[in-house]
Unconditional design. Structure first.
Length: 243
């Protein structure tokens, strides 16, 4: 595991364009232009990873496969973590076929843990498991339905051999209120697998605090609204994350 915090600037795609959400809610989209231009801007600023999300697929209201493919193809040499509506064989095949470095299985997929287990067995480190949480309960994006209890599901994922988790407190996502450090610490205490934090980062102090969790197994952090709101630059964040 690296001795620095990997940062993954997010490019969320809806209706073919880059958008931002608040608290992962459908309908809270704020358009910010071309998805490809957004990705290339982060790469120019020093990004080694892009967190690319198909929001329409996540909310089961369509898909942006053409735009996703365009971004992945144009960002050759940059690592892409692809997320959004990856919950079954078809969506997983499409995601893997895009050429993304890593694919995040959606929290909704955890309703079928047997399928998730078979996907982990077949594709291993190509997959990360998305864990979207409200309180201690799983809550898939776009769904008001509660899922299983976080740590019960995490234990089953550990037994299945999951290689990585992307943990999001959906109440923090896009809210610029700071990450849920308690949640992250609890997850890190229950797994030896790498964890990527998502949701709530609002300032450089948050980056510094997350950097302190690297020795406990935090591998990376997804940056979204704070970057687009110009709370800090990616260059500033990368400097802190690499210390």
């Amino acid at each position: 595991m690296a001795n620095y915090l990997e940062l993954l600037p997010a490019v969320d795609v809806a209706d073919g364009r880059a958008v931002r959400l608040t608290q992962g809610k459908s309908g809270s989209d704020t358009h910010s232009g071309s998805a490809l231009e957004a990705a290339l801007a982060w790469i120019e600023a020093g990004a080694e990873w892009i967190h690319l999300v198909d929001l329409d697929a996540a909310f089961e209201r369509g898909e942006n496969r053409k735009v996703i493919q365009e971004v992945v193809s144009a960002c050759s040499g940059i690592k892409i973590q692809l997320s959004g509506g990856i919950i079954d064989d078809t969506s997983l095949k499409n995601a893997l076929d895009s050429g993304a470095t890593r694919v995040v299985l959606g929290t909704a997929a955890l309703e079928n843990l047997n399928w998730v287990g078979s996907a982990i067995e077949e594709f291993g480190d190509l997959l990360a498991i998305g864990i979207d949480v409200r309180g201690k309960t799983l809550a898939a994006r776009g769904s008001t339905k509660e899922g299983g209890e976080l740590f019960e599901v995490l234990e089953r994922l550990e037994q299945a051999g999951s290689s990585r988790y992307v943990v999001t407190d959906v109440t923090k996502d896009g809210a610029l209120e700071g990450p849920n450090f308690e949640l992250l610490s609890q997850v890190l205490a229950r797994t030896r697998k790498p964890v990527v934090a998502s949701g709530g980062i609002s300032n450089l102090e948050d980056i510094s605090a997350l950097r302190e969790l690297v020795e406990k197994g935090l591998e990376g952090a997804i940056l979204g609204k704070a970057l687009y709101a110009k709370r800090f630059t990616l260059e500033q964040a990368l400097e802190i994350a690499s210390k």
